[in-house]
Design a binder for this molecule. Structure first.
Ligand code: NAG
Ligand code: NAG
Ligand code: NAG
Ligand code: NAG
Ligand code: NAG
Length: 380
């Protein structure tokens, strides 16, 4: 009788334990007091794209940080900055389009001398078409490989978003040069794009030698870049610190209410460490790896190029200037001469900003062996 009772009690206890384990495993984690759940896409639950062999690294689930509403002056901030503060800690978004073999795997990636990393929104189709034909063409220059990726988020919602994603999907299939993550494109989210790219680089092209990181409306003289990088770093190159572009020193957050506005709630300090204008800069593979390490701990900042400066500073490194990088456009000495005269561009590394058709013509002209210029050192 006693034995039966003990057996019964033990069975009940076992059932209770099993039930407890089951509920633990199947119930969602209790949301903590000050967090709200984001939609599935942001949580990384989305089905992985068929193109990716290895699932991209998923970060912790991304919650809205509602404590920011108690930051002084929060309710007076523009909506996009409130949004930035809610999700500032979210650095991981799922990949929609991946290129696992872009650089020929970990070992092969040391054979890529210059990887062109071009920030391009889905709708900038015409720019990508022209870049593939001009300075971003995948090729060897002086025996050194140049490869290209466009990095993108998503635009629009609903049907428009699906249409734009489809466009990138077709380009990705046909040209093998599009990386896309599931986050909304915006000026502020450019920082996110950079951080996600650095993580991708570490996974897929860890030994790449140099990178050009730039916009899709620049003129980048990629032949000159390869020669410059090869000259300054020698063989094999890319294993030392290098970060060059148009140097911004002694600047600080813009406090006026415009596109670049950064409120004190986001950054209290009135100064930025030195950085290079985000239109286009060159960096070594080594420096990209350092930046990726730093970006894991440096809190996101709404201005992407200033953020890179913060990550460099965190690592005790400095960017440098190069007079061949002119994000503001060249200062052409006289209004009588054609500002698109190829003679101004044949010696530069990079100039901002051009219409696709201007790039198309210019790239052809600077390669014209018959190009005659009045002097070989004319650009200002
Ligand atoms: C904001 O502060 C108030 C008063 O201190 C507090 O009751 C509330 O819980 C806080 N809200 C959040 C989301 O932290
Ligand atoms: C949420 O915001 C508060 C107030 O700005 C901040 O102190 C806290 O570190 C944030 N939490 C996370 C997870 O970023
Ligand atoms: C940045 O992307 C996230 C994820 O798509 C989105 O929730 C947020 O609104 C975007 N931020 C801005 C300022 O557009
Ligand atoms: C980045 O961090 C990893 C792990 O902490 C470390 O092994 C590696 O040396 C770091 N890379 C650079 C370039 O600092
Ligand atoms: C310009 O060209 C001449 C003759 O080819 C050469 O001697 C000179 O060093 C060049 N100057 C510059 C600044 O490149």
């Amino acid at each position: 009788m006693m034995k039966r009772r003990i057996e019964f009690l033990l069975t009940v206890a076992l059932c209770l334990v099993l039930l407890l384990i089951w509920t633990r495993q199947h119930a969602p984690p209790p949301p903590s007091k000050d967090v709200q759940l984001l939609p599935d896409a942001i949580l990384g639950r989305k089905r992985q794209s068929a193109v990716s062999r290895r699932p991209p690294r998923l970060g912790p689930p991304c919650y809205q940080n509602t404590s920011v509403v108690n930051v002084t002056g929060f309710s007076d901030l523009p909506e996009r900055l409130q949004n930035f503060m809610y999700y500032r800690h979210c650095k991981y978004f799922p990949m929609l389009l991946d290129l696992p073999d872009k650089c020929g795997g970990e070992a092969g990636s040391s054979g890529v001398f210059l990887l062109l990393v071009i920030k391009s929104q889905p709708e900038n189709f015409d720019r990508r078409v022209v870049l593939r034909e001009t300075w971003a063409k995948e090729r060897q220059h002086k025996g050194l490989w140049i490869r290209r990726v466009f990095i993108s988020g998503t635009t629009g919602t609903g049907l428009e978003k699906r249409r734009m994603n489809k466009l990138l999907e077709v380009e990705h299939r046909q040209h093998g040069d599009v990386l896309q993550w599931d986050f909304q494109e915006s000026f502020i989210n450019l920082t996110l794009k950079q951080v996600l790219f650095l993580e991708w680089l570490d996974d897929r092209c860890p030994r790449v030698r140099f990178l050009l990181n730039g916009d899709d409306d620049i003129f980048a003289h990629t032949d000159n870049m390869v020669e410059y990088l090869h000259d300054v770093h020698g063989e094999p190159g890319g294993d030392k610190h290098l970060f060059v572009g148009s140097l911004m020193e002694g600047t600080g957050p813009v406090r006026e209410l415009n596109k670049y506005f950064v409120p004190v709630q986001v950054q209290e300090s009135d100064s930025y460490p030195a950085y290079c204008s985000g239109g286009g800069y060159l960096l070594s593979g080594h420096t990209a790896r350092v930046l990726r390490n730093m970006s894991r701990s440096v809190p996101l900042h709404p201005i992407d190029d200033a953020y890179m400066g913060m990550c460099l500073a965190q690592a005790g490194l400095r960017p440098s200037g190069h007079m061949g990088v002119n994000p503001g456009g060249l200062r052409i000495p006289s209004s009588k001469v054609d500002a698109h005269d190829p003679c101004y561009y044949k010696d530069v590394l990079m100039v901002h900003r051009f219409m696709p058709q201007q790039l198309y013509v210019l790239w052809d002209q600077v390669h014209d062996p018959g190009l005659r210029c009045w002097s070989n050192s004319t650009w200002p």
